[in-house]
Design a protein around this ligand. Structure first.
Ligand code: SF4
Length: 454
């Protein structure tokens, strides 16, 4: 079974100095952080052996975390604690790696690596990048794969996954790579040779087998040899449903049944389905669907082939939702936002920093093409009605925001448009600010028409 953790059990192993050096005031508060996984035992400088070892084993996540490193960036894979997000939260977002073949000519490789390095998608205040490159050996040529690995390491700042089933070729390539690449993958036939490479180079190794019994046997051997591993329980993607079943069984085996050999990150390879598909549009749709399915069910890393926005945006959007903390409201930075090119006659609108409200309102304002200011109050991510009910919006707070952002100097008028939900306190806001308060429409989609009539 998974570790029976409780804050009292953890607290019993702490020094009880209540000195605050770990960033929280008391040892009990630190115990709670350790239990939920937002702190690590090393953050307390006073824990000594044997408590340290006991504590680490008590608070370590059921799924081991492995770190892969590139020239400039690293990525953590695994480290999860629960099967379902509502039980607590997921911690390390699924790493998205783009597959590139060593069959590409040098010029194409450079172009692909450049595109992978520069891709950036902004969504909901987060900027997504391609976190890793998976270089696939398809040439069968030792020199070519090693040269492609060297180029990838020089051109791509993040970690590499060296996808090669031939240990002779893999060992040459790994010598050319900076950092700590992930070796993908050992099968039953090549396990011994790959274990030697992994031990020699200090790299984590992916074990691949669609039969979970065989995969478990391989994992046992690797664990006994002290090699850090990840698991690939579905490599061909001929049957995405079988892949999904294997992912679920492996993760449930680790978390619900404490099976040691499955307590490792799971790697999914939707890119493999391109071997069966020739039509690009169909391929992108299938890759995106398979990726989403595996992302929902425990893939700690996904290797995909298409870097088109149609493939990546749904994957990133789903990942963003899945890895947000369900206990914390989604919020944006409070402050003053501008739309278009506002001037001294432009309207000023007010809202809260609840992310959903902000993105709906700002989307409507962008689409309308209206030049205006949007003042966003810090309500801890609460919506207008909740913030009002919880007394998180006070008339004086609105005055302070107007003064802080010098809105009296930016515009000639003194009109403030507030959300309809704030109408019960419109008089108080008017009194506190000295500005004329206008109650806005019920729905922000009506803003363009509403503002046009002002
Ligand atoms: S640093 Fe250690 S001893 Fe001090 S409060 Fe934190 S857990 Fe307790």
């Amino acid at each position: 079974m998974a570790h029976p953790r409780s804050p009292l059990k953890i607290y019993a192993l702490l020094p009880k100095r209540n000195c605050g050096e770990c960033g929280v005031e008391t040892c009990m508060a630190f115990a709670l952080k350790l239990m939920e996984g937002s702190a690590e035992p090393r953050e307390c400088p006073y824990i000594e052996e044997p408590e340290k070892t006991e504590l680490e084993s008590l608070v370590s996540p059921p799924i081991k975390k492995i770190l892969i490193k590139g020239r400039e960036r690293s990525a953590a894979i695994g480290g999860e604690r629960v099967l379902h997000r509502h039980e607590s939260r997921f911690y390390n977002p699924t790493v998205i790696a783009i597959e590139i073949s060593d069959l590409e000519e040098r010029g194409c490789l450079l172009k692909e690596l450049g595109a992978a390095s520069s891709l950036s998608i902004e969504r909901g205040g987060e900027v997504f990048q391609i976190e890793a490159v998976a270089l696939r050996e398809e040439s069968g040529e030792e020199g070519r794969f090693a040269e492609a690995a060297k180029l990838a390491s020089e051109e791509f700042p993040g970690p590499l996954i060296l996808c090669c089933y031939n240990p002779r070729l893999a060992v040459k390539a790994v010598e050319e790579v900076e950092g700590r690449p992930l070796l993908y993958a050992a099968t039953e036939e090549t396990l011994e040779e790959f274990l030697e490479i992994a031990l020699d180079r200090g790299c984590p190794l992916v074990l691949e087998d669609e039969d979970l019994g065989s995969l478990r046997g391989m994992a046992r051997k690797a664990i006994d040899r002290g090699v850090e591993i990840a698991l690939s329980p579905a490599s061909s993607m001929k049957s995405p449903f079988k892949a999904l079943r294997n992912f679920i069984q492996a993760r449930m085996g680790a978390i619900s049944h404490g099976i040691e050999e499955f307590r490792y990150p799971i790697i999914g390879v939707p890119a493999a389905m391109w071997r069966e598909v020739r039509n690009t549009e169909e391929g992108i749709i299938r890759e995106s669907l398979i990726s989403s399915m595996l992302l929902m069910r425990y893939a700690d890393m996904l290797i995909v082939k298409s870097r088109s926005i149609e493939n990546l945006l749904p994957i990133y959007t789903l990942r963003q939702a899945l890895y947000s903390d369900p206990r914390t409201p989604a919020k944006v930075k409070p402050g003053l936002y501008t739309f278009g090119s506002p001037d001294e006659t432009s309207p000023i609108l007010l809202t809260t920093n609840y992310a959903l409200t902000f993105y709906i309102v700002s989307g409507d304002l962008h689409r309308s093409g209206i030049n205006c200011y949007l003042l966003v109050l810090d309500t801890g991510g609460m919506s207008v009605l909740n913030a009002l009910a919880g007394k998180l919006i006070k008339p004086d707070m609105v005055r302070e925001y107007l003064e802080e952002h010098r809105l009296g100097e930016l515009v000639r008028h003194r009109r403030l448009i507030i959300p309809r939900g704030l109408s019960p306190v419109s008089g108080e806001i008017e009194e506190a600010t000295g500005w004329r308060v206008i109650v806005g429409p019920e729905d922000s989609s009506e803003l363009p028409r509403f503002l046009g009539r002002l």
